[in-house]
Write a protein that binds this ligand. Structure first.
Ligand SMILES: *[C@@H]1O[C@H](CO)[C@@H](O)[C@H](O)[C@H]1NC(C)=O
Ligand SMILES: *[C@@H]1O[C@H](CO)[C@@H](O)[C@H](O)[C@H]1NC(C)=O
Length: 849
């Protein structure tokens, strides 16, 4: 506005001239701009007088007027860019003013540009982040550079170094400006070069050319452009079977050139052979293949799988893994019993097959080769029939009685290192065969029985044992037929078939038979049965059952024998000798003689051993003719038995003297003693009867008196009552039967028993003869007693006694019955023995009886 105003003022004044100059900028101070004198036609004086000066509103400091010379000079260095910026043309406009008169001269100085400014960027560097996936042609806007110069000196072009991937291009904008663009010519690859450093150079068009640069830093961002790649296409590994779970078998590795999640690889099993399912696991991060199941060579020798490696971007690769399994001796031989017998008879032939076995070992190679054997010291051997089959056979004789049971242990080893083994134990029972006869405990038996034994007495027991088993070992005893003194031995002894107890059948008399021999056979229950026999000698032992018998002097009824002793006989004169024998033997027959009674004890003595009667002093005249000596002969038995003999001795010198003395011999004393006894007995009986009668009469009297008193009180008619017993006793006056019985029993019990029993059965009312107490019992007995063919003695036994006897004699009866059976049916019996039990036979026998 100022200028406009100024020009308005000027236009009011007279403008005398207008001159234009053109100078380059940056001229040094004092440089000539124009010659005013020459160009305006004004002389220097006028300039001086007119006080010429330069008038400029805003730029009077650049140019000054040198009045002396009449030229315009550079006052200060002019920078076009400061003065005009981008404005062109850049013009300094000022007036030279002269006074007196006022004159104006307009001067225009155009300042021309020189290339004094380089292009420049605002920032020295710039950063870019570009994904490697950026495609060709992708544009990136760059900062523009500025150049203060104008025209040709202004910014002219850009270059980019290096230019492998990018080119720089200027792009015209609608407003006429140009954008600097960096265009991707060749895709980036982070994997090759992650950081790029480019230099953008801006060039101007001046001469000399000036440049400005800016650094472009490019960080290439990763893109998932690389797939993982396994280091090997096929991995091979081998493991030993049975390695523990968790073992790392092998590991696969894949690499991915990408970065970050694009390079993060995850491993997985994409496919695996059927046998490997669940056995292996791959560690997703490390690629280690870890065992997760059991590996058994016997099931799988090899595994194959494919492992995939994938990055997070979904790219992947696959590899194959082959894992071979090597065998370990981990399987025991497996023994299988194909057939076996649990029992073998002891007479089995050599080579009998006991067991067949089959052996297998799941391992391979030496680990699977198997050898079998059985334990030693048993009568069996093992044979291999073919490879895996073995048979156990007998190779020696068996004897159940020595070894009833065998444990056969079959042990099988494989040839692995270390070797594995397994074993099986078979228990084999040896069954019994009747191969052992019964054996008596002794080779012969000797038994002793005291004579006068009761029949049925068990003498002793033989025992035979049989080494066999059960029925084969069941021993039966029997007598072998033989005779003793012409009588079958069965009438002497019997034997209990199963206990071996020998019973006497009769009472033995030592004096008749001193010993006898027989044989006993023991037979087992086998089929066929085996037997053995043993001899038994029964010795009968003496009992002192016979008193000594005096042989001399003979004691005949009435005749008297006397030994004569002359009065002149000396001391020690042998009068006679008592001779006695005892049929017993031993001590029982060892006799001693003693003088029991003597008319004159001082005259005779009896030799203790020899029975010799001798005088012990001189016979004198005073000695009686008749001397009576009672000599007792005793045996040495326990208790001892004795016999007495009376020896009459006549001390006389002549026979008539003897006769006269011996005619009147005193009565037999024994007879007197007997008579006295009977008299006393008769007296006692009569007295007893008398007292009894007295007691009965008094009792009856008292009874009647009491009855009459009761009747009197009750005023009932009197009916006299006589118990039959009393009335009979009193009426007939005979003795009651009871006394009969008592009397007779004392003399001969057997006869009186029979007599009495018959009485009892006839007169049942009176009393119970057999102490039974009831009438019924007696009546029931009557039928038994009346059996026509019962012997008298049997009939007289009461029923009770009879049955008791029968039970007691049951065993005895069995012996005799069996002997009877043996006699009657020897051929049948053998079969019966084997077929039936003894109890059964016993029953038959007893029922027959
Ligand atoms: C056989 O083995 C069984 C069981 O181990 C045992 O009871 C028996 O005594 C053994 N027999 C022999 C003869 O060794
Ligand atoms: C008794 O046994 C012997 C062998 O000990 C035998 O020779 C004899 O024949 C047998 N006797 C009878 C009657 O069986």
């Amino acid at each position: 506005l100022g200028q406009v105003l100024f020009f308005l003022v000027l236009s009011l004044c007279s403008v005398l001239g207008r001159v234009s100059y053109s100078i380059p900028e940056e001229m040094p101070k004092g440089s000539l701009v124009g010659d005013v004198v020459k160009d305006f036609g004004v002389d220097i004086k006028r300039l001086k007088s007119g006080k010429a000066r330069i008038f400029s509103r805003d730029s009077d400091e650049y140019v000054e007027l040198h009045k002396e010379r009449g030229v315009l000079l550079i006052k200060n260095r002019i920078d076009r860019e400061t003065l005009c910026g981008q404005l062109t043309p850049c013009v300094l406009l000022f007036q030279i003013i002269l006074e007196n008169p006022m004159e104006f001269y307009s001067v225009t100085v155009e300042i021309t540009d020189i290339n004094d400014n380089p292009p420049s960027f605002e920032k020295s560097d710039v950063n870019f982040k570009i994904s490697e996936s950026a495609v060709r042609g992708a544009k990136f806007i760059l900062d523009r550079a500025f150049d203060l110069d104008v025209g040709i000196n202004a910014l002219h072009t850009y270059t980019l170094e290096p230019n492998d991937n990018f080119v720089v291009r200027l792009h015209d904008q609608a407003d006429g400006s140009k954008n600097v663009e960096m265009i991707l010519e060749k895709p980036l690859d982070r994997e090759k070069q992650e950081h790029l450093s480019l230099v953008l150079t801006a060039l101007d068009g001046g001469e000399p050319q000036m440049t400005g640069t800016m650094q472009i830093l490019i960080t290439v961002l990763d893109a998932n452009d690389n797939a993982p790649v396994f280091t090997e296409p096929v991995y091979k590994s081998s493991i030993v079977e049975n390695v523990p779970i968790g073992t790392v078998v092998t590991s696969v590795t894949a690499t991915d050139a990408d970065q970050g999640s694009n390079g993060r690889i995850t491993y997985s099993i994409s496919s695996i052979t059927e046998n490997g399912r669940g056995v292996f696991e791959v560690n997703a991060q490390s690629g280690e293949i870890v065992l997760r199941g059991n590996v058994d060579y016997e099931k799988s020798q090899s595994f194959q799988m494919h492992i995939r490696a994938s990055d997070d971007g979904g790219l992947g690769d696959s590899c194959k893994v082959i894992i071979d399994v090597s065998d370990l001796n981990d399987n025991k031989p497996n023994i299988q019993i194909i057939s076996k017998s649990n029992v073998i008879p002891e007479d089995a032939k050599l080579g009998t097959v006991v067991t067949m076995i089959n052996v297998e070992d799941a391992d391979s190679g030496d680990n699977g080769k198997v050898q079998c054997s059985i334990n030693k010291n048993i009568p069996f051997e093992m044979k291999s029939s073919s490879g895996e089959f073995y048979s156990v056979t007998t190779d020696n004789e068996l004897d159940r009685e020595i070894t009833p049971e065998y444990n056969i242990t079959v042990t099988c080893y494989d040839e692995g290192i270390p070797s594995l083994s397994s074993s099986v134990t078979l228990t084999l029972q040896v069954s019994d065969v009747n191969d052992n006869a019964p054996v008596f405990e002794r080779s012969s038996y000797e038994a002793y029985v005291v004579e006068n034994n009761s029949p049925g007495l068990s003498i002793f027991t033989v025992k035979a044992t049989d080494a066999d088993w059960n029925q084969n070992a069941r021993v039966f005893y029997m007598l072998e037929d033989s005779s003793v003194n012409g009588v079958p031995v069965s009438s002497y002894v019997s034997i209990s078939a199963d206990s071996g107890v020998i019973h006497a059948v009769r009472s033995f008399d030592y004096e008749q038979i001193k010993d006898f021999k027989f044989r006993i056979k023991a037979q087992d229950g086998g089929s066929p049965p085996l037997s053995s026999n043993v001899s038994v000698k029964v010795q009968i032992q003496d009992q002192n059952d016979n008193p000594p018998q005096v042989l001399y002097p003979v004691h005949t009824g009435g005749s008297l024998v006397a030994e004569m002793v002359p009065r002149s006989a000396d001391v020690g004169y042998l009068v006679t000798k008592v001779v006695a024998v005892d049929v017993d033997s031993g001590q029982n027959a060892w006799l001693s003689y003693k003088l029991q009674k003597a008319t004159d004890r001082a005259l005779f003595e009896v030799g203790l051993q020899n029975g010799e009667i001798r005088t012990i002093r001189q016979v004198t005249d005073k000695d009686a003719v008749k001397q009576r000596l009672t000599v007792i002969v005793e045996d040495n038995g326990q208790p001892s038995r004795s016999a007495t003999v009376i020896v009459n001795v006549a001390v006389a010198d002549s026979f008539p003297e003897v006769l006269s003395e011996f005619t009147e011999f005193p009565h037999d004393k024994e007879y007197n003693e007997n008579l006295t006894f009977y008299l006393v007995l008769a007296l006692a009986v009569v007295s007893f009867l008398f007292i009894t009668c007295l007691v009965v009469i008094i009792s009856v009297k008292i009874y009647r008196w009491r009855q009459s008193r009761i009747l009197y009180h009750s005023s009932l008619p009197v009916i006299p009552y006589y118990p039959p017993r009393y009335s009979d006793t009193l009426g007939t006056g005979t003795l009651p039967h009871v006394y009969n019985y008592d009397m007779s029993r004392t003399t001969d019990s057997r006869k009186s028993d029979s007599k009495f029993c018959r009485d009892a059965s006839e007169n049942v009312l009176i009393m119970d003869p057999c102490s039974m107490g009831t009438i019924q019992r007696i009546q029931s007995e009557k039928s038994i007693l009346d059996e026509p063919d019962s012997p008298l003695e049997v009939r007289c036994l009461s029923t009770k006694e009879r049955w008791t006897t029968r039970e007691e004699n049951r065993d005895g009866a069995w012996f005799s019955c069996k002997n009877e059976l043996t006699k009657r049916t020897p051929h049948v019996l053998k079969d019966i023995w084997t077929a039936h039990s003894v109890e059964f036979l016993k029953e038959i026998c007893l029922s027959e009886i």
